[in-house]
Structures are given as structure tokens and as C-alpha cells.
Design a protein around this ligand. Structure first.
Ligand code: ATP
Ligand code: MG
Length: 283
């Protein structure tokens, strides 16, 4: 069964009285299986964040339905249960850290769930270990690097023991090293704890490691599939002002110039292998 399910979901933000309502999701249907790692891509304003907020009942559909583990997000009585199952991590870690000591920050979520102190202690320690920040538990969050802060924000979500985490551009504010730290943390949580992951990103290279890539465009799903299926459609993505990974772009351009190369390279390694093959071939 699908863990997250948007069924013909539409959504409009309320506008001021004299303005018309602006529909930003137009009947999106998308299912995400338990344990799956999905990258959600799309141009600015395509509706990624709006859809993400539907997955933990922060926003409710104006049309259609959204289910989390079979629970209808429209049911007010299920809201807390849904928020416990799906954690949302936002772009800027500074807006998510609230306490003056790292471990207090991580404890904040489980405290709000009314969990007993010894259990909170266990969860906080485990969550900090999961993001490899246990040694920093007594530090002040403001002294940490961007990547470290974002890992603490993720630990705060992990400590609530969700089935699923939805991350809305968690690496946007980070330098390459911070991005790597956060990305490998997310992959490990998916692999080792079976946490379902929805990762919204503008970095195409981050999408390459996902099980599935979903591309949004103007409130609809443009295309989806494995990273290779999606990034093979270079022209389609370009037509919608979207990038592809650098390696994919290079191989695609050379193919356009008539070089005999594979249809799609996803990584620098694949690209190098393809070029080596081409260069060492007998003519
Ligand atoms: N609070 C709001 N009130 C009114 N309109 C909004 C609000 N938030 C977003 N929108 C509009 O809804 C549309 C979709 O926005 P959304 O933030 O979901 O896109 P996005 O794909 O996450 O974009 P980005 O890549 O810039 O984060 C945009 O046209 C945006 O201007
Ligand atoms: Mg957004």
C-alpha cells in the first residue's frame, strides 16, 4: 500500500477579498511507498512546498484527498497522529532550532508529544547518534556550521520517530560539505531505519541517488520515474526551464554534436567511462 497518497489533489491559497483565488495544485495524483526515497523537483513556484505541506496536514486539499498511511488528512481528529508519522524539515535550519543547547533542541519535539523523560533521553541520544552529532549534544546550536545545524533539525524530527520525513530544500543554505553531510545522513536514515523520504531539491545531483524522481511543473506532475528514466528526457526538462545533472548535460550535448555516446550518464564516473570508451575505440 502507498504510504503517502495524493489523489487528484488541488489547492488554492486564499487571496485578499477582491482578488481571485489562485489555484497552485491542479489535481495532483502521487503515491509514495513505505521505505521509498523520492526526490521532488520543479521550477520555482511549481508547487513543491505546497504539496509537501499536504503530507503532514499543514495544508489541507481544496479538492481531492491526501492520505498518510491510510489516514485522511481532512480528519481533524487525525492531525496529531499524522504529524507524528510525517516530519517536515525546512530550508533554513536557523528557523527550526529553538533551544540554547543542542540536546534540548532535539528533545523539544518528543516533549510536545508528551513522551516520558527516560524515553525522551533515549530518543534524543539515538537521534543525535543517527545524524552523527552526539558529541555536540551540549553545544550551543548557534555555534555550529550550517550543515551541523540542519542535522540537528533532522535529529529533532527523528526523535519523534516518524515513519517518513519530508525535507523541503534542506541543503539550500549549505556549502558543499554541509550538503554532503546532510544528504548522506538522509540516505542512511532511509537505508538503515527504513524511513520513507521525500526530498525537495534544486540540486539535480541530489536527485540522482533517489529511488524515484518526480518532476512538478505549474502545479502538475510533468514526469516521473527512476533517475535514469527522468534525466534521459533532457529536452523535456529543458523546455520547462529545468536542469539536469552536469554529467547528463555534457553527454547529451556531445550526442547532439553527433558523438556516439550512451543516452544518459548520471554521474561523473559514468560520463568518464563513456568518454574513455569513445576515445579508445578503433576508427
Ligand atoms: N502563502 C502563500 N500565499 C499565496 N500564494 C502562495 C503562498 N505560498 C506559495 N504561494 C504561491 O503558490 C505557488 C506555488 O508555491 P510553492 O511554494 O509551493 O512552490 P515551490 O515549487 O516550492 O517553489 P520554490 O522552488 O520557489 O520553493 C507559487 O505561485 C507561489 O507564489
Ligand atoms: Mg518551495
Amino acid at each position: 500500500m502507498e504510504y503517502l497518497s495524493a489523489q487528484n489533489t488541488s489547492f488554492s491559497y486564499e487571496e485578499t477579498e477582491d482578488e481571485e483565488k489562485l489555484e497552485v495544485l491542479h489535481g495532483v495524483t502521487l503515491g509514495i511507498r513505505k521505505g521509498e526515497f523520492v526526490a521532488l523537483l520543479g521550477h520555482n513556484g511549481s508547487g513543491k512546498s505546497t504539496l509537501a505541506k499536504h503530507f503532514n496536514a499543514m495544508l489541507l486539499p481544496s479538492g481531492g484527498k491526501v492520505y498518510v498511511d491510510g489516514l485522511d488528512t481532512m480528519d481533524e481528529n487525525l492531525k496529531l497522529e499524522i504529524r507524528r508519522r510525517v516530519g517536515l524539515v525546512l530550508q533554513n535550519p536557523d528557523n527550526q532550532l529553538v533551544a540554547s543547547v543542542v540536546e534540548e533542541d532535539v528533545a523539544f519535539g518528543p516533549e510536545n508529544l508528551g513522551i516520558a523523560p527516560p524515553e525522551i533521553r533515549r530518543r534524543v541520544d539515538e537521534a543525535l547518534q543517527a545524524v552523527e552529532m552526539y558529541d555536540y549534544r551540549l553545544n550551543a546550536p548557534y555555534k555550529l556550521s550550517g550543515g551541523q545545524k540542519q542535522r540537528i533539525a533532522i535529529a529533532g524530527i527523528i526523535a519523534m520517530e516518524p515513519d517518513c520525513i519530508v525535507l523541503d530544500e534542506p541543503t539550500a543554505m549549505l556549502d558543499p560539505r554541509g550538503r554532503d553531510e546532510v544528504l548522506s545522513t538522509i540516505h542512511r536514515l532511509n537505508r538503515e531505519k527504513g524511513i520513507t523520504v521525500v526530498l525537495i531539491t534544486h540540486y539535480m545531483d541530489e536527485a540522482v541517488g533517489a529511488d524515484r524522481v518526480v518532476v512538478m511543473d505549474r502545479g502538475e506532475i510533468l514526469t516521473q520515474g527512476t533517475p535514469r528514466e527522468v534525466f534521459s528526457q533532457v529536452q523535456l526538462l529543458k523546455d520547462h526551464q529545468l536542469d539536469v545533472p552536469q554529467a547528463t548535460e555534457l553527454v547529451w550535448r556531445l550526442r547532439q554534436e553527433g558523438f556516439d555516446l550512451p543516452e544518459c550518464a548520471l554521474s561523473a564516473e559514468e560520463c568518464v567511462t563513456a568518454l574513455q570508451k569513445l576515445l579508445t575505440r578503433d576508427f
